[in-house]
Write a protein that binds this ligand. Structure first.
Ligand SMILES: [Zn+2]
Ligand SMILES: [Zn+2]
Length: 77
């Protein structure tokens, strides 16, 4: 079941998360387990150390996507 904290404005952090997702291009939303830069799926991906949401198969890919990802990285915290 869905539990919502009464003491903290849980809805606020939630809407922040959702706006961060909305800011990402739609194809990235679907491929959260694939590399966000090259779209490769079924490979070992590393989470972005900044937000632990973005995933990349290699450092090269994380660097390649960082120009875009930096705009949303960490925003959901
Ligand atoms: Zn990649
Ligand atoms: Zn990040």
């Amino acid at each position: 079941m869905f539990r919502v904290s009464v003491e903290f404005p849980d809805g606020a952090s939630y809407s922040l998360k959702q706006s961060a997702l909305a800011a990402a291009p739609p194809e990235k939303k679907k491929k959260t387990k694939a590399c966000w830069a090259c779209g490769k799926a079924g490979v070992k991906t590393k989470k972005c150390s900044g937000c632990e949401v973005a995933r990349y198969c290699s450092r090269e890919c994380s660097k390649r996507d960082w120009k875009e990802h930096r705009k949303t990285c960490g925003k959901e915290v």
